[in-house]
Each structure stands twice: as C-alpha cells, then as structure tokens.
Design a protein around this ligand. Structure first.
Ligand code: ZN
Length: 358
C-alpha cells in the first residue's frame, strides 16, 4: 500500500479551514504580519526584496556556468524589479516573468491560488482532497534532454493512469498536477516527481496503484519503490495547496555544482506542461500574467519617488539614500529574536537535564 499519513493535522492553522475560501482569504494565509513589520504591504515588500536578493545570488552562479546562448534570458531576470516607482502610496515595479525568478515565482503562485481557490473549495466540500506524490527512479545525467524525456514520460504515464481509471472504474479523477525535480549534489542525481491534489481517498489510492503498475512495467520491480509514493490528507488553505502551486525552481544556488544542475533543470523543463487541472477543476478566470507588481503601501508618506534596488542592503533606496523597507533593521530584529529563542530553548533543556539527574 502507498504510505498514507493518517495524521490529519493537515493544516498548521486548523481554524482557517472553516474560513470562507475566497481568493483573498487564501492569499492572506500565505503571509502573516508579525511584530517585525509595520503592515501587510510592508511585509510583502520585504519578502519581494528578499526574493530579489536570492534571485541575484542564484543568477550570479548560473551565469558563471551556463552556455552563452542561455545567458540573455538570465540577464532579463537580473533586471527584474530593479526599480520601484512611487506615485502617492502606489508602488509599481516591472517583472521578468521567468520561472527561475523568485520574485516572479511568488507572483505566479499567488495568481494560481487566486485562480483555482474557489474551484478547489468546491471539490473539498464534496469530498476530502489529498496531496499525492508520485515518483519512479532518480536520474544521473549531465544532459538536459535526458531529464526532459523523463518529465515527458511522467506526464504521459499520468495521463494513461487517469484514462485507465476513468474507463475501468468509471471514476473520473478531479484535482491538479505539477511536475517538479529536485537535485542531490552528493550523489549528483536528479529526482523528478509529480505533486498532485486528488479528490477522494479511494481515488488517490487507485492512482498510486496504477502509477506503480505502469512504472514497474517500464523500469522493473527493483527501481519502483511503493514507499516513495505518498498520500496525505490536506485542508483548504493556501498553505495546504502551496506544494502544488509553488512555482519557483530552487530558492538559492550556492556553488557551481548546484548552479549547473539548476541550469540543467531549467533547460529540461522548457516546453514541459508543468501545471494542469485534472477533471472538473476549473479556474474562476484565467490567471493573467501581470507584467508589473503593484502594491498600495500604507506604511509610507504619499509622494512621487524613484527607488533603486541595492543588493548590499537588500532594499530599495531613494536618491536621498532613504531605504524604502528598512530590510537591514528588520533582519537584525529577526536575528536578535531567534538568538534569544535559542538561548531560552538551551536554558530549558539544561534545566530539564539537571532535574532528571536529581
Ligand atoms: Zn522576475
């Protein structure tokens, strides 16, 4: 049997499951304003700046190792959201809309959740939904075509399984699919897999059974591990769906080995159908890929201003050197709090050990 996580503590914010699942409610659960931020828009801008910083680190590494013909696209991302224009309290910045850009990936994820949240809520109202992960073998290759062929095969075998279940069991599957790959730098292996939302536990189990049967025929019994497939019950918040709607490739790339692997995964994914609704899941409206990111900032004085991104400060800076966000101060507060928490935890553990010895 497939691994079923019966721990149905599926949402860390259980109370949110009963909240009416409008688009904004879904998005609100993605970011919760904490003490470090003046408002939700302040936090959102901070997260954009951090995503921009991580993207630049990643792009630096990839540009060093990728082939010349691949560089122009990465340079477009280099310039993504470099400038923020303020008009009153309205802020706007341009986007590159590339999959490997962390700033644009956040935007794409929000668009997908907004587009499908209503339909997913309807599915959940009819029957529980499950996060299903399907995989087969790891791939050791330095060739993007090899990994691309595997992605294509996964899409083909998934479609075959869904068609077979509909014909044989008269059960149409409903849900959503995403194709993904991770990379293990120690073994130099890629791990392609599918994340799916599937309505109904019996249907989720059926899909895993068909997947194993089909992939065993293709690769042999030794390569297909039933324990590697999983089924997990999920709730009805953005956090429950994030695994499937998460758009980004790796968040950060720290060395040339990982940069080469990241470039290879990006190349392999080109032209691949990454996202697809299954069955009767419908978008409320087609998610529009906006070219700009717009935000009403309630934490600044209304005026007209231009800010340029400064990577050293992970912030947007005005011509008079005023930071828009105050990222350095926020990070310093966050670091201070986490250091205090570590000390508290360490003190608690020490006193517990002392009590146990008595
Ligand atoms: Zn971008």
């Amino acid at each position: 049997m497939a691994k079923i996580k019966t721990n149905v503590n599926c949402s860390p914010h259980k109370h949110e499951q009963n909240v009416k699942a409008s688009g904004s409610t879904f998005l609100d659960t993605l970011e919760l304003t904490s003490d470090f931020f003046k408002s939700k828009s302040h936090e959102s801008l901070y997260r954009t700046a951090i995503a921009k910083h991580n993207t630049l680190t990643k792009i630096y590494s990839i540009l060093d190792v990728c082939e010349n013909h691949r560089k122009p696209n990465y340079w477009k991302t280099w310039h993504c959201s470099n400038v923020v224009l303020q008009n009153g309290t309205a802020l706007v910045t341009g986007l590159c809309r590339k999959r490997w850009c962390n700033v644009c990936a956040r935007k794409k994820t929000a668009e997908l959740i907004r587009g499908y949240s209503e339909s997913l809520s309807q599915l959940q109202a009819e029957d529980n939904c499950f996060l299903v992960t399907l995989t087969a073998q790891t791939i050791k290759s330095n060739n993007a075509k090899r990994l691309k062929a595997e992605f294509q095969l996964y899409n083909k075998e998934l479609k075959r399984a869904i068609d077979s279940i509909r014909k044989t069991h008269k059960t149409p599957l409903n849900g959503f699919k995403k194709v993904e790959s991770t990379y293990n730098p120690i073994s130099n292996e890629f791990h392609p897999h599918l994340h799916l939302i599937i309505q109904g536990e019996a249907n989720a189990k059926l899909l895993v059974d068909y997947w194993i049967k089909q992939m065993t025929k293709r690769y042999g019994k030794k390569k297909i591990n039933r324990g590697a497939q999983s089924i997990e019950k999920i709730g009805n918040t953005a956090k429950d769906y994030i695994e499937v709607f998460k758009y980004a490739t790796k968040g950060s790339v720290k060395d040339s080995i990982n940069a080469k692997a990241e470039d290879l995964m990006i190349e392999a994914m080109e032209g691949i159908q990454v996202f697809k609704p299954i069955g009767k899941l419908r978008k409320v409206k087609k998610p529009i890929e906006e070219k700009d990111q717009r935000l009403t900032a309630d934490f600044i004085q209304p005026k007209d201003e231009i800010y340029i991104y400064c990577n050293d400060q992970k912030d947007y800076i005005a011509p008079n050197y005023t930071p828009l966000i105050g990222t350095i101060d926020i990070e310093s507060k966050i670091n201070k709090e986490s250091a205090l928490n570590r000390i508290k935890t360490s003190n608690i553990n020490t006193s517990k050990q002392w009590e146990e010895k008595q």
